[in-house]
Design a protein around this ligand. Structure first.
Ligand code: FRU
Length: 490
């Protein structure tokens, strides 16, 4: 990232960064996206255009807490190395720029193109009393943006109505918008020929988790693995600091869930994953999502500066048929392997109690197969220091994968301290395959081929870099242990 240029582009004074060099501060992720300075939350406007990935992100230009919501902008060729671009959409006339999406309007259906194919952003304009959907466009490949003078394009005179996600639906030659009616726990679908005039098509919900307002919908067709090209439609929503998804069909008008009264399905069973949305097109034709790694329970209180908030690893999405149900499969994008440094391989192990490994680090990837003994709790401890560690374990009697950060520093916030453990059901097939990413203050765990994923923040003491395997209540085996320090993207 070109730091000096990016800071200037954001219009932010460098004095905010004190003495520490940017991107070398305590807790700073080295291969996850973070803004150089200041607050971020949701990823916005994910679009791939002429070989460039655009990432817009909710941003506060004036500080390190939520406020003055703005769309900041970064671009990348590989979804890992990001260059900051000028701020795209600024708060204006008391209207904040809330979350939304961006599309490449190839045929200039909007007329914004003036002989070219514009990029069009569809965002929520927010005031304390009104949320509406609005357009902005760029005719220079995303560098500069103009708000449409005919805004808003969709106004229901409601206080809560936000986070439009737009895509092109070829069979009916329509733009489709999925947009949240947060209080009603509904996603509304609208159709348009020109991105300006929108017609209501249908609503989905309430369904699944209705314990809090629904935000940030995303609707996309995902490939079913091993099915020779079959796809199923998947709808994402975010609520209550977690996410859920529904699998079903979309006919251009209406989304029908296969199982509207079924169990709640979660993209991520950790403590810090929210507002994820996807690139519908990538260089490999994959669908790749990015989520915000933080939790509204304590988001403003995390101890990082001069920035707050990060994006998850980009995850390639697919579905797997398990019995009659479809399950989401998430795989970190292949390009991540280019950041791996020399592999370190350890011999297989079989033991009870704990074994400290010779490996150490704060930004790495690791994988192994756990063969848990009957009735054991076994797994790995990361960020190990004197009596401190983050535990990732499998409880063979409960058949759950768990993440426990209660033995890591938490004094900065009571709610964070309280939310110290997460669990996910994972049947005991005798072999638990784990792929683990630690990156300073972020841990992401992909189990069972990406069918169970957990993401969480952790704020270790400096120097807490040890790694330990453990097996309580009996002997467990650890096979195929591989470890890579990860190169920095900065
Ligand atoms: C989700 C969210 C969105 C909103 C944005 C405001 O985290 O609450 O619903 O558009 O953040 O920053």
């Amino acid at each position: 990232m070109r730091i000096a240029a990016s800071i200037l582009a954001m219009g932010i004074a460098l004095c905010a960064t004190a003495q520490t060099k940017l991107f070398q501060e305590p807790y700073r992720p080295q291969y996850h996206f973070t803004p150089p300075v200041n607050w971020t939350n949701d990823p916005n406007g994910l679009v791939y255009h002429q070989g460039t990935y655009h990432l817009f992100y909710q941003f506060n230009p004036f500080g390190n807490e939520w406020g003055h919501m703005t769309w900041a902008h970064a671009t990348s060729k590989d979804l890992l190395h990001w260059k900051q671009a000028p701020i795209a959409l600024k708060e204006e006339n008391g209207i904040m720029m809330f979350s939304g999406s961006a599309v490449w309007d190839k045929d200039n259906s909007s007329g914004f193109g003036k002989g070219t194919s514009p990029l069009v952003a569809i965002y929520t304009g927010h005031t304390d009393t009104l949320q509406t959907q609005n357009l902005a466009y760029s005719v220079d490949g995303g560098t500069s943006w103009k708000k449409y003078t005919g805004n808003p394009v969709l106004d229901l005179h409601k206080k809560d109505f936000r986070d439009p996600n737009v895509f092109w639906y070829a069979p009916t030659k329509n733009w489709i918008m999925a947009v949240s009616q947060p209080i009603e726990h509904q996603i509304s679908f609208y159709g348009s020929k020109n991105l300006k005039d929108w017609k209501h098509l249908s609503n989905f919900g309430p369904a699944g988790d209705t314990s809090a307002v629904w935000e940030c919908p995303d609707l996309m067709p995902l490939p079913v693995l091993g099915s020779n090209g079959k796809t199923k439609w998947v709808l994402y929503t975010s609520q209550n600091s977690t996410m859920q998804y529904f699998v079903g069909e979309f006919d251009g008008q209406q989304f029908l869930s296969d199982n509207p009264t079924g169990p709640i399905l979660k993209q991520d069973h950790g403590l810090d994953y929210y507002a994820a949305v996807a690139y519908y097109q990538t260089a490999n034709k994959d669908i790749v999502s990015i989520g915000w790694v933080n939790s509204w329970n304590y988001a403003n209180a995390i101890p990082t500066k001069p920035w707050k908030g990060a994006m998850s690893l980009p995850r390639k999405l697919a579905l797997k048929k398990m019995g009659d149900e479809y399950q989401l499969v998430q795989t970190p994008i292949d390009a991540l392997k280019t950041l791996r440094q020399t592999v370190q391989t350890l011999p297989n192990k079989s033991f009870q109690n704990t074994e400290t490994l010779l490996l150490k680090g704060s930004s790495y990837e690791m994988q192994f197969r756990l063969i848990p003994g009957a009735q054991t709790q076994s797994g790995i401890r990361l960020a190990v220091g004197a009596g401190r560690y983050l535990e990732l374990g499998y409880d063979a009697s409960k058949q759950v994968l768990y993440l426990d950060r209660s033995k890591t520093p938490s004094a900065f916030n009571a709610r964070y301290a309280e939310l110290s453990r997460a669990e996910a059901a994972l049947p005991n097939t005798g072999k638990i395959d784990l792929r683990i990413f630690l990156d300073a203050s972020i841990v992401e765990v992909y189990a069972a081929d990406g069918t169970v994923v957990m993401t969480a923040q952790v704020f270790p003491e400096p120097g807490d870099t040890g790694i330990q395997l453990f097996s309580n209540g009996g002997i467990s085996q650890f096979e195929g242990i591989q470890f890579w320090k990860m190169g920095s993207v900065h």
